[in-house]
Design a protein around this ligand. Structure first.
Ligand SMILES: NC(=O)c1ccc[n+]([C@@H]2O[C@H](COP(=O)([O-])OP(=O)(O)OC[C@H]3O[C@@H](n4cnc5c(N)ncnc54)[C@H](OP(=O)(O)O)[C@@H]3O)[C@@H](O)[C@H]2O)c1
Length: 272
């Protein structure tokens, strides 16, 4: 099975490297194309660089479009005449709907999927989101899942839940990192423990808390109850979080979802 990746930026490179390193796709079967061919030079050791986007599309069974939303339409128009009807076209972009992707790909029923990986794929712990249009076969889904499994787990969602899904797994590393950055900076106003050590203490505790919850089937409230004994020190802190943080969390999702909607509207307008 030939796997093509168009766009060799952050996501395209990460996926290509994962597919190659996992041994799931051989050098001859992993085809790459991007706007700046010089960026593909070092990948020639483990992948095949195609002469153009359409050359890649013509020989691929799965084509990943690792492109920003405003580059998608041009590339779809470039490759649509050479794509075989059975080729699975996978967009990494969540803003452009299947309906608009289909509009740009004339030539009959197209098999389309959208895939949203997380940066945690770098440590094989992505929870990669995937959704399909109605033309995708069970075999296509199996092939795609086999490939994506080298980055971590796969979560299938309906198209209309991909936005919030992306907030929860793809944006969440950024949300978590910024929340803990604030916590660490506040803690450091009261300690001389070196910064690296503080960060390590918090990170290890964060990872261990997650593992505790998953392994012991505990909820967030269970952990809070377990640690914050009534009238104790932890309870003073958790009370502050429950009193003050809900407003920040509410605004956070209000802002990100609003931005997501605006980005989608702008991206979709190109297809009208
Ligand atoms: N970054 C994330 O964490 C993340 C997570 C999930 C989903 N996504 C989605 O994944 C998509 C790609 O994001 P990214 O962060 O990988 O973007 P990126 O780093 O900007 O990469 C985009 C790549 O596409 C190439 N490109 C642009 N126009 C092209 C064309 N006409 N033909 C061939 N290649 C072309 C660019 O080439 P140049 O090198 O010449 O610019 C660049 O290598 C986006 O839609 C994004 O929303 C991103």
């Amino acid at each position: 099975m030939n796997v093509g990746i168009i766009g060799f930026g952050s996501m395209g490179r990460m996926m290509a490297e994962k597919f190659a390193a996992s041994g799931l796709v051989s050098k001859n079967s992993l085809l790459l194309a991007s706007r700046s061919p010089e960026k593909l030079q070092d990948a020639k050791k483990w992948a095949t660089v195609a002469g153009s986007n359409s050359e890649l599309a013509a020989s691929s069974d799965i084509v990943f479009l690792c492109l920003r939303p405003f580059d998608l339409k041009g590339v779809l128009e470039e490759i649509r005449d050479v794509l075989r009807p059975e080729t699975l076209v996978v967009s990494l972009n969540g803003s452009v709907s299947f309906a608009n992707l289909e509009k740009s790909l004339t030539g009959g029923a197209r098999r389309l999927a959208k895939v949203i990986p997380s940066v945690t794929a770098e440590v094989d712990r992505s929870q990669t989101l995937v959704c399909y249009n109605d033309n995708v076969t069970t075999e296509d889904k199996g092939n795609l899942k086999r490939l994506l499994s080298c980055m971590g787990d796969i979560i299938e969602l309906p198209e209309n839940e991909m936005g919030m899904g992306s907030e929860l797994v793809s944006c969440m590393p950024g949300f978590i990192a910024s929340i803990f950055d604030v916590l660490v900076k506040a803690a450091e106003e009261h300690t001389k423990i070196p910064h690296d050590q503080v960060v390590r203490m918090v990170l290890q505790t964060m990872i261990a808390t997650g593992e505790l919850m998953l392994k012991k089937d505990m909820s967030f409230e269970d952990v809070v109850k377990r640690v914050a004994t009534p009238g104790g020190i932890t309870e003073e802190g958790t009370k502050v979080v429950y009193e003050n943080f809900p407003e920040t969390a509410r605004v956070l999702f209000e802002k990100t979802l609003q931005k997501r909607k605006m980005t989608a509207e702008k991206a979709e307008a190109q297809f009208e």
